[in-house]
Each structure stands twice: as C-alpha cells, then as structure tokens.
Ligand binder design. Structure first.
Ligand code: ATP
Length: 363
C-alpha cells in the first residue's frame, strides 16, 4: 500500500549532511497499523508530513499502491489526518466539522451531513452533532477529529500524537477505540508517537527511528524480545533494560561474559561466533528477567540493595555490587511478597537465556 524508498529530508537552512530524515525505507501493507516511534527530533513528524504531502522529500520516492506520489497534492492523496491539536474549526458545529472534507469535494450539503451522521455513529458522537468544539471535552474533540478524518473514506489515515492531550485513563479507552475502528474500516493507518506503550499496544508493526533512520521495523513482540541493536534495546522497556559493559572470553570451552562485577557463562545454544571472543560487549537483561535467589544457587551473584520503589503491582529493586566495581546499578522487578529493603544483602540470578548481547564493535 505504501512504500518509502531512500527518503531524505533536509530542511532549508540546514547544513548539508544534517538530515531530519536520512535514507528511510519503509513498506506498509494494506490495512496495517504502523507506528513511527522514537525520541524527540528523530524525524517522525517530518516523515508523516511527507506522507500527507505537506512536505516534499529532498530525495527518494513515495509510492501509494505503486503510484509515485512525490508531486501529488495533499488534497488528491485520499488520506485522512488527525493532528495533535485536533485542529477543529471553532466556529463550525460538530456536524459541519465532520462534513467539511466532503463539502470541500463539492458533495451536496444534505448528502455530506448524512455521511457525517453515519461516521459520527461509528465514533459514538452522534448526540453531539449540533455542538461547537468549545462545548466538548478533550476526548469528545478527539473523536470529532477522527470522524472528520474518516468521513471521506480515506485509504490512509495519518495520526500525529492523537492522544497526547488526553489524561492517562481516557488515553487507554481512546486507544482501544481507535484500534477497533481501524480494524472495522480496514484503513491503512500510521501513527506518530513518542509513547512506547501506546505504540506497542496499538500497532501491527513499529518502526523505531533515531537520527532520521530506522533502527528496527518489526511487530511489537519481536522488537521487545529481539532488539537488533543497542539503541532499540535501551529505548524500549520501562523500567529500561540493564546494560553492563564486559568482554566475551573463552574459559574451558565455555563462552563467558566477564564484567567488573560478575561473570556469566553463555548457554551452549546461545554461544556467539568465535570472532566475537576478546571483544567488548554489552550484556543486557530486562528487570523482569532477574530473580532473587538463594546464596547456594550455582548462578547466584551477591548484591546489595540500594533502593526499593513500590510500584503497586510489585517492587522495583535497585541493587549494586558490594564493592561497587560495576559502577552501575541493576534494576529488577519483584512481587510484593518479597521482603526486601534498603541496605539488605541479597543474591540475584539471570533467568535462563533471557539475556541480550551486543558486540560493541558492531555499533
Ligand atoms: P517530536 O517528537 O519532538 O515532535 P519528531 O521525531 O517528530 O520530534 P521532527 O519534527 O520530524 O521530529 O524533526 C526532525 C528534525 O528536523 C529535528 O532535528 C528538527 O529540529 C528538525 N526540523 C523539524 N522541522 C523543521 C523546520 N521547519 N525547519 C528546520 N528544521 C526542522
């Protein structure tokens, strides 16, 4: 449905080489829900604006269903767009707002209003048709913006941080609703967000961007369980993955990650190519993949509790090695039953084969 080929965007006045989007390749299937996720300034909005036709790429090609779109005007792209600010027309009623894109296409008023009513039913705002935007709550305004974007049956729906003005609870409801409507209508949808939980929850695939480049493009599970580089590993996850610097060494036929605070023997099936031996590596382990264990456990690593945070559903425990040679704390998640408090000594172990390993010379 959508293909982006080697897209580059340099804004005027920026020095050559300073690219907002830097050689981006992306393919999106018909009916798919894709999120562009990344830190502030990574090029998400710029990419969305190019899809909308509101910005022109400096180079590269944009195709919708094999048709080159680079020079097609926004109004001829058959897209619906929802902005962060919703951008509703304050002097128009909800009905007139939703019907606006249809009226622009010269559809007669009565027919446009009838279609606006139909769309408003899908979004359950048909009782608000006579109100003005100022008489609506944030969540209702958001739905009107969605209805307006969907009223002309677009092939593609572009959402730019559409939930950032909603409170946490409403966000969850609206998120579910957007996904349901998207499935029902089968409209190919691209959402820009910096909220990783939102992106992972709502999307079929997520493109993680940094510095105008795609770091990884995959379904949420794949990104979380198999990050292909250090950026994705450290960006995804809350609390974030623990990362410890070490070296991969060979000891009595085993491959061992040697750090200043512990040694970890890789299981046979996760051994790396011998080329990595002697190289600096980052050993990564997520907080929920660390367990508190007995001192007698073969894999036990002695630690000291630095801080315990109560999260409601469990505890986040921050531990340091007794001599603080690691120079970094390790975060682990445990349930409320575990009696741990600051300055306790305890032993931890890494759950089987849950670690991630990154060769620093690859990055
Ligand atoms: P955010 O999450 O903060 O909205 P983003 O990932 O959407 O960020 P973009 O808005 O696409 O990022 O910006 C990408 C880069 O391009 C940034 O370095 C930004 O400063 C720059 N940029 C964006 N708009 C312009 C502009 N109109 N003129 C010059 N530079 C711009």
């Amino acid at each position: 449905m959508i293909t982006l080929k080697r897209i580059v965007k340099e804004y005027d006045g920026k020095q050559a080489g300073n690219k907002a989007v830097d050689g981006l390749d992306l393919e999106i299937n018909k009916g798919e829900f894709v999120a562009l996720l990344g830190p502030s300034g990574c090029g998400k909005t710029t990419t969305l604006m190019m899809l909308a036709g509101l910005l022109k790429p400096t180079s590269g090609e944009i195709y919708f269903s094999d048709k080159l779109m680079n020079h097609v005007e926004p109004k001829d792209r058959n897209i619906g767009m929802v902005f962060q600010s919703y951008a509703l027309y304050p002097h128009l009623t909800v009905r007139e707002n939703i019907a606006f894109p249809l009226r622009e296409r010269k559809i007669p008023k009565l027919e446009a209003y009838e279609r606006a009513k139909e769309t408003s039913k899908i979004l359950q705002i048909d009782h608000l048709l006579d109100r003005k935007p100022a008489q609506l709550s944030g969540g209702q305004q958001q739905r009107v913006a969605m209805a307006r974007a969907l009223s002309k049956n677009p092939e593609i729906l572009l959402l730019d941080e559409p939930m950032s003005n909603l409170d946490a609870r409403l966000k969850l409801d609206v998120r579910d609703e957007i996904r349901k409507i998207q499935r029902k209508l089968g409209v190919t949808t691209i959402i820009v967000t910096h909220d990783q939980e939102e992106a992972l929850a709502i999307s079929d695939r997520v493109a993680i961007l940094n510095g105008g480049r795609i770091q990884q493009y995959a379904p949420p599970n794949e990104l979380f369980n198999h990050p292909t580089n250090l950026f994705v590993a450290s960006f995804l996850g809350n609390p974030p993955m623990n990362l410890v610097t070490g070296t991969l060494e060979e000891k009595s036929g085993n491959q061992v990650v040697v750090t200043n605070g512990f040694e970890y023997t890789l299981p046979e099936e996760r051994k790396l190519n011998k080329l990595h031996i002697g190289k600096p590596v980052q050993f990564g382990i997520r907080p929920h993949d660390i367990a508190i264990c007995e001192a007698s456990d073969k894999q036990a690593i002695r630690m000291k509790v630095d801080l315990v945070e109560h999260l409601g559903s469990g505890k986040l425990v921050k531990v340091i090695d007794p001599q603080n040679k690691l120079e970094t704390m390790i975060r682990l998640l445990t349930d409320n039953e575990n009696e741990v408090s600051s300055r306790d000594n305890l032993h931890i172990k890494f759950k089987d084969a849950k670690f991630h390993l990154f060769d620093m010379t690859d990055n």
